[in-house]
Design a protein around this ligand. Structure first.
Ligand code: NAD
Length: 448
C-alpha cells in the first residue's frame, strides 16, 4: 500500500483518487473548495459520473479515501503527490496555469520529506520543469523531490472504466527511477507503460487530443460534402472504419466536439506552436470546422421553418457536451441555444442530468422534465446530446404532440426512413441521400 496525496477533486482528481484507493492505496484528496470537501465528507458528489458515488463510498468506508482542505494532512505521510487541478484556457487561448502554480507553491510550503510529484493535469510542454523551478524559488531549502508527468486520458461518462482499463500509461521524468516508481503504482492496471522524458510525455497528451478532435472535424467535413453530393456519412464512416489503418472510433458525424478538454487543448497546442513561430494550419482548420458545425442545426431548422424564427418554439434534446455527464463546459448546446435566441426563437430544453448546471449558464431557457414534455407544442426539436434514453423515445407520441413535426437529429440517432414514415420532417447530419428520395437498403436492416 502506498500513500498518495491528490490535489484537486474534480472529474480527474476524484476519479483517480477513488480508483487508486480501490487498488488498495491510501489516498488523501485535498481541494481549496471548502464546500466541495464538506459535501464529499457528507457523501455528496460534486459531479455526475457513473459508478463514482458507489466507488467513493466503498473506499471512504474502508478508510482508504480521505477528503480534506489541509495540505499538511494530505502530504504528511505521502509517497506521491498527484496534481489534478484545472488548466482552463486564458483569454489568449493559452493554458491558464494559475492553479498549477498555486498547487506547486502549496506543496513547496508544506512538504517535509522527499516526494514524487506527479502531474496529471493537461499542461503545456515544459510545465514539469517550470513546476520544479517554482517550488525551488518559492522555498530554496525545499526537501528533495522529482517531477513526473503522467497525463490522464479518461473520458467523462466512462471515467472509472477508462481509468481502470487504460490503453496505456505515459510517464515522463528527468529521473527514470521516479518514473519507474510511478509506473509501479499502475502495475495492477495491466497495461502498456511507456516511460519517456517530461516534455515528450506532456506532448503525447496534446497530440492525442488534437488528433481525436481532428478525426471528428474530418468526418464532419465529410458529412457536409456528403450532404451536397447525396452520400450517407454514416455508411461512409462505417466503410472507412473497416480499414485497420483508420479504425471506427471518433468517426461519428454530428454537431462537433466540446467539453472541458478538446476545445482548450487544441487551442493551447496551437498557441504553443505560434509562440515558437510555427504555423499550425491543421489545428486551426480543426477548430474552424468545429465552430461552423454548431451552425448546422440552425440552417436545418431554417430550411423547414423559414428564416424568421421569431416566436417559434424550439426544443433542445440534450444539453451536456456528451452523454453520461453533467459537464456543460463548452457544450455545443450553449452556442446553438444562444444563436436560436438571437433569432427570436423561444427555446426549451431537456437533459436527464445536466439541466441544473445548464440553467446556471443559460438565460431564458425553460427546462422540461422529460422529452415528451419538451415536445408538446414545439415547432421543432433538435437532438444535441445522444443520451441513451433518446434512442428509444416513442417517436409517434412525440410527433402527435408537436405543433410542427420538425426533427433535427444532430447526432444521427434515428433511422431517417422510420422518422419520415411517422410523418416527421426529419434531417440528420451528412445523410445526403435523404433528399433524393432513394430508399436506402440499410435503413431497414440496421446492420451496424
Ligand atoms: P475540474 O475543474 O473538474 O477540477 C479541478 C479541481 O481542482 C477543482 O475542484 C478545484 O477546486 C481544484 N483546485 C484548483 N486549484 C487548487 C489548488 N491550488 N489546490 C487544491 N485544489 C485546487 O477539472 P478536471 O476536469 O478534473 O480537469 C483537471 C485536469 O485534468 C485538467 O488539466 C484537464 O485538462 C485534465 N483532464 C481532464 C479530463 C476530463 O475529462 N475532465 C480528462 C483528462 C484530463
Amino acid at each position: 500500500m502506498k500513500n498518495i496525496a491528490l490535489i484537486g477533486v474534480g472529474y480527474v482528481g476524484l476519479v483517480s483518487g477513488a480508483s487508486f484507493a480501490d487498488l488498495g492505496n491510501k489516498v488523501t484528496c485535498v481541494d481549496i473548495n471548502e464546500e466541495r470537501i464538506a459535501n464529499l465528507n457528507r457523501g455528496i458528489m460534486p459531479i455526475f459520473e457513473p459508478g463514482l458515488e458507489e466507488l467513493t463510498r466503498r473506499n471512504v468506508g474502508a478508510g482508504r479515501l480521505i477528503f480534506t482542505t489541509s495540505y499538511e494532512e494530505a502530504l504528511k505521510d505521502a509517497d506521491y503527490v498527484f496534481i489534478a487541478v484545472g488548466t482552463p484556457s486564458d483569454v489568449d487561448g493559452q493554458a491558464d496555469l494559475r492553479y498549477v502554480r498555486m498547487a506547486a507553491e502549496s506543496i513547496a510550503d508544506t512538504m517535509d520529506h522527499y516526494l514524487i510529484i506527479v502531474n496529471k493535469s493537461t499542461v503545456p510542454v515544459g510545465t514539469g520543469d517550470w513546476v520544479a523551478e517554482i517550488m525551488r524559488s518559492r522555498r530554496p531549502d525545499v526537501p528533495d523531490f522529482d517531477v513526473v508527468s503522467c497525463p490522464e486520458f479518461l473520458r467523462e461518462g466512462s471515467a472509472i472504466t477508462d481509468f481502470m482499463n487504460p490503453d496505456r500509461v505515459i510517464l515522463g521524468s528527468t529521473n527514470r527511477d521516479a518514473a519507474e516508481s510511478v509506473a509501479h503504482l499502475h502495475l495492477p492496471l495491466r497495461t502498456t507503460l511507456m516511460i519517456t522524458d517530461l516534455r515528450t510525455a506532456e506532448m503525447v497528451k496534446y497530440a492525442s487530443n488534437a488528433f481525436l478532435a481532428a478525426k471528428i472535424s474530418f468526418i464532419n467535413e465529410i458529412a457536409n460534402i456528403c450532404e451536397a453530393l447525396g452520400a450517407d456519412v454514416k455508411e461512409v464512416a462505417y466503410g472507412m472504419g473497416l480499414d485497420n489503418r483508420i479504425g471506427p472510433a471518433f468517426l461519428d458525424a454530428g454537431l462537433g466536439w466540446g467539453g472541458s478538454c478538446f476545445p482548450k487543448d487544441v487551442k493551447a497546442l496551437a498557441s504553443m506552436a505560434e509562440v515558437e513561430s510555427r504555423h499550425p494550419h491543421l489545428l486551426h482548420a480543426v477548430m474552424d470546422i468545429n465552430r461552423d458545425q454548431r451552425h448546422a442545426p440552425i440552417r436545418k431548422v431554417e430550411a423547414f421553418l423559414g428564416r424568421d424564427l421569431r416566436g417559434k418554439v424550439i426544443g433542445i434534446l440534450g444539453l451536456a457536451f456528451k452523454p453520461n455527464t453533467d459537464d456543460m463546459r463548452d457544450a455545443p448546446s450553449i452556442d446553438i441555444i444562444r444563436n436560436l435566441q438571437r433569432r427570436g426563437a423561444i427555446v426549451r430544453a431537456y437533459d436527464p442530468v445536466a439541466a441544473a448546471k445548464a440553467a446556471e449558464i443559460l438565460d431564458d431557457v425553460e427546462m422540461a422534465k422529460s422529452a415528451y414534455e419538451l415536445a408538446e407544442g414545439a415547432d421543432a426539436l433538435i437532438l444535441v446530446t445522444e443520451w441513451n434514453e433518446f434512442k428509444n423515445l416513442d417517436l409517434a407520441r412525440i410527433h402527435t404532440s408537436m405543433a410542427q413535426p420538425v426533427l433535427i437529429d444532430g447526432r444521427n440517432v434515428y433511422d431517417p426512413g422510420k422518422a419520415r414514415d411517422l410523418g416527421f420532417q426529419y434531417t440528420g447530419i451528412g445523410r445526403g441521400y435523404e433528399g433524393r428520395g432513394v430508399p436506402h437498403p440499410l435503413d431497414e436492416t440496421e446492420t451496424h
